[in-house]
Structures are given as structure tokens and as C-alpha cells.
Design a protein around this ligand. Structure first.
Ligand SMILES: *Cc1c(COP(=O)(O)O)cnc(C)c1O
Length: 225
């Protein structure tokens, strides 16, 4: 077995264990395998091992890698988990099944326009900047309820959940609990939270999608990854 296939099996097992430990429905947590910066040949072992849900951070990089991989593995589900520029909305709507980084009215407007044009919408999650970090994407917590409402009512976008990336220096659990509460009061069922280092507490607090890169593909060499 390749390292990647081995790591993937371990992460899947840890997710199933956490579901059992925390009284979550078996299979209720999806693993989004984060393959940013990993070349196609590094992703193939995960695909061959049966993984079908992948996360990427960059539209351009994904457009270079995934169309060919999808010809071989047509049932792949591709998630955009990195920031999205409004001028890439068209390409993102064409390429991704789920976008986790909807976080501002200008992007909601751009996505609404492209969804109308394409006649199909990716599933959409609103990213919340729970740590209020200036360098990070995401709507500020105090503006999130109004933004979710505007996405639905003003822009007609099918928002189905929330995503967050807690500050590296914080304990993640309070951020996860906060996001879960916000989702519940807005009637949202999908919670994208938890990465390699903290997917276990995220599952405890209600994650439906965990985004795991390093624990599957190893440490990334590129700094911007
Ligand atoms: C890179 C990245 C991940 C994966 O992080 P790991 O620590 O490698 O598991 C998850 N979510 C987002 C938004 C990322 O950019």
C-alpha cells in the first residue's frame, strides 16, 4: 500500500471512531481530502483507494489538475476550500461541486450571476471568520446572520452550511461550538470544520465535513499551501 493509501485508511478509521465515541450517526462525517499543491500523480493513490471527495484551494491549480483526473474517476466530488476572487466565479461554478468560502456580498453577486448563466449551482457554504483575524477570509461573526439571509433572499443562493478555520494559536473547540450554534439558529445542516490537527474535536461538536490534507498526503513543501 502507498503511504497515501495507508494514511487515508488511518484517517477514515479515526473519523469512524470519533463518530462512535461521540454518538454521531455512522457515516455522517465526510472526509474532504485536501490535495492542494499535490500533483495529479500524488492524488491517484487516494483515488485508487476509493476516496472521491477532494478539496482544493486554488481555482487555477484545480483547473490544471482535475479535468484529466475526472475523466478517469468521473464520480469525484470537488470542493473549493480556499478564498475565491469574484472574477473567478465563472470558472469556480463550472469546476466545483461545493464552495466553502462564500464570504462577502460582491462574491455572492458574482456567484448568483454565474449560477443563473450556468443553470446549476454548486452547493454553498458561508465561511465565518470566527477568530476575527484580519488576514483571513470569512464574514465577521457579527455580520454572519444578515449575510446568510442576504445570500438566500437577495441573491437566491442555496446556502447549506458554514465553514470556519480557527486561529492557529487558539483552542479550536470554542470556535467549532460557536459555528455549530450559528448553523443551528440559521437552519443550516452542513458544518465544514476540523483539519488534520483537530478533526476529532470538530466531529465531537457536529462537523459534517472535515478537511484533511497533511495527515493524508504528508507535509506540503510549498509555503503558500
Ligand atoms: C490547507 C487547508 C486544510 C488542510 O489542512 P491540513 O492541516 O493539511 O489538514 C483545510 N482547510 C483549509 C481551508 C485549508 O486551506
Amino acid at each position: 500500500m502507498s503511504d497515501t493509501a495507508h494514511n487515508l485508511a488511518e484517517v477514515q478509521a479515526a473519523i469512524r471512531r470519533a463518530e462512535a465515541d461521540y454518538g454521531r450517526e455512522p457515516g455522517s462525517v465526510s472526509l474532504v481530502a485536501v490535495s492542494k499543491t499535490i500533483p495529479a500523480e500524488g492524488i491517484v493513490p487516494a483515488l485508487e483507494a476509493g476516496q472521491r471527495v477532494f478539496g482544493e484551494n486554488y481555482v487555477q491549480e484545480s483547473a490544471g489538475k482535475w479535468p484529466a483526473l475526472r475523466e478517469r474517476f468521473p464520480d469525484v466530488e470537488l470542493h473549493l476550500i480556499g478564498p475565491l476572487q469574484s472574477n473567478k466565479a465563472r470558472e469556480a461554478v463550472a469546476l466545483f461541486d461545493v464552495i466553502h468560502s462564500l464570504d462577502r456580498p460582491s462574491l455572492a453577486a458574482a456567484l448568483a450571476k454565474e449560477v443563473g448563466r450556468a443553470g446549476k449551482s454548486p452547493r454553498l457554504l458561508v465561511q465565518v471568520n470566527t477568530g476575527e483575524e484580519p488576514q483571513k477570509g470569512g464574514v465577521l461573526p457579527g455580520e454572519a446572520d444578515a449575510f446568510i439571509k442576504a445570500c438566500r433572499e437577495t441573491y437566491g443562493l442555496p446556502v447549506e452550511g458554514l465553514m470556519c478555520i480557527p486561529p492557529a494559536e487558539d483552542l479550536p473547540s470554542p470556535h467549532f461550538a460557536f459555528l455549530a450554534k450559528m448553523a443551528a439558529r440559521n437552519g443550516l445542516k452542513t458544518l465544514s470544520m476540523g483539519m488534520s490537527a483537530d478533526f476529532d474535536p470538530a466531529i465531537q461538536l457536529g462537523a459534517t465535513h472535515v478537511r484533511v490534507g497533511t495527515a493524508i498526503f504528508g507535509a506540503r513543501t510549498r509555503k503558500d499551501g
